[in-house]
Design a protein around this ligand. Structure first.
Ligand SMILES: Cc1cc2nc3c(=O)[nH]c(=O)nc-3n(C[C@H](O)[C@H](O)[C@H](O)COP(=O)(O)O)c2cc1C
Length: 351
């Protein structure tokens, strides 16, 4: 009997007959899954800011809120062992965020399942929307410990780490960010294995760990990963990563490779407006204003606890595309504080 017939017969719909009860149950389960997995609520292609150590901190992410935000933010990666050690204060700052940055995924790295349980629990407790496991970092300090991209050659440990993360953060979608192989391309078996774990998302950077950044990202391998996912009828989303220049490029590459979206990394260091539909031309005054906004956010967020020299890597982002920019940048490199930068900008404007 349908809901309408039940209502007209004077029965409360809640006491439904078996034909509608399973449907209602399925609907509740679907709503529950969507609430638990924010990724499923996003429109495709999904745009994502790449995690970048010492670049994409909370102050930088808040700059993107002003200029044009991605659908999803990631934190810089955080070492799970560090989060579980007495020296936790040295790394936990990477998990600092402003709620306006949500949906926000925290990324962890490491090799110890017991610490993944604890780190994941902390990430859930701190109110993040998702948890990501780094299986792609190729830098020596990480791979020499068997972590990051080195884990591509250690699937049994990856399984343990993934299950540990799920155990620690049972209410968060757990995703992985990886490459197409460690020493050589291995997309087929690696992605098939990862899909067997049912992560919410696989973000795939189209290079091997060994390639670092030497050649162009191989988007044919990313398309292959999508094909494998489709053949296996897996529900895992695939986000492509590597060399995306801006939002238009993200859309084109996602369509061509069939991914659910794309992740942009280094291009944000050239243009803060990469997540906007149309490119933005900035006057010198607008550039200065943005730099001062960033400095204000840096000071407010870190309050002297992070070295000011970190800010210097952003100067080129703001101080460029006008004739005297290289000279002014050289001057700014001597700055030790926001006050020094303000003084140099004022002097420049008064010439
Ligand atoms: C300075 C820097 C720091 C990075 N830090 C991280 C990190 O913490 N976690 C991670 O998964 N990838 C990290 N990456 C890799 C990027 O997230 C991204 O996968 C890579 O840069 C390729 O994307 P792109 O071509 O859009 O830059 C880093 C890359 C750079 C350049």
């Amino acid at each position: 009997m349908s809901d309408i017939k039940l209502r007209s017969a004077g029965y409360p719909v809640i006491r439904n007959v078996p034909t509608t009860a399973p449907r209602r149950g399925a609907l509740i389960i679907c709503i529950y899954i969507i609430i638990m997995n924010f990724w499923l609520t996003l429109q495709k292609p999904i745009s994502v800011l790449a995690p970048m150590e010492d670049v994409t901190d909370s102050a930088f992410r808040q700059m993107l809120l002003k200029c044009g935000r991605p659908d999803v933010f990631f934190t810089e990666f955080v070492n799970a062992d560090g989060l579980c050690s007495v020296g936790r204060d040295a790394v936990i700052h990477r998990l600092r965020y402003n709620p306006a940055e949500k949906p926000l995924v925290a990324q962890i790295w490491g090799t110890k399942p017991e610490n993944f349980v604890k780190a994941a629990a902390l990430v859930e407790e701190l109110g993040f929307d998702g948890l990501d496991i780094n299986l792609g970092c190729p830098v020596p300090k990480v791979v020499k410990n068997g972590a990051g991209a080195a884990l591509i050659d250690n699937p049994s440990l990856v399984k343990e780490l993934f299950l540990a993360a799920k155990e620690g953060a049972p209410n968060l979608p757990v995703s992985v960010k990886t490459r197409i192989g460690f020493k050589k391309k291995n997309t087929d078996s690696w992605i098939t294995f990862l899909l067997s774990l049912c992560p919410a998302v696989i973000t795939l950077h189209g290079r091997t760990g060994k390639e670092m950044y030497r050649m162009s990202a191989d988007w044919d391998e990313i398309a292959l990963a999508v094909k494998i996912r489709n053949e296996l009828k897996s529900k895992t989303l695939i986000i492509g990563n590597g060399d995306i220049q801006d939002l238009q490029d993200l859309k084109l590459r996602s369509t061509k490779a069939g991914t659910d979206g794309g992740m942009i990394g280094r291009a944000v260091m050239r243009d803060l407006f990469v997540f906007c539909d149309t490119p933005k031309e900035l006057s010198i005054e607008e550039r200065f204003k943005l730099l001062l906004d960033h400095l204000a956010l840096f000071d407010k967020t870190w309050n002297g606890t992070r070295d000011f020299s970190i800010m210097k890597k952003y100067f080129k982002l703001y101080i460029s595309a006008f004739p005297a920019a290289p000279l002014l940048r050289a001057k700014l490199m001597e700055a030790h504080s926001t006050a020094d930068v303000k003084k140099a900008l004022d002097e420049f404007m008064s010439y």
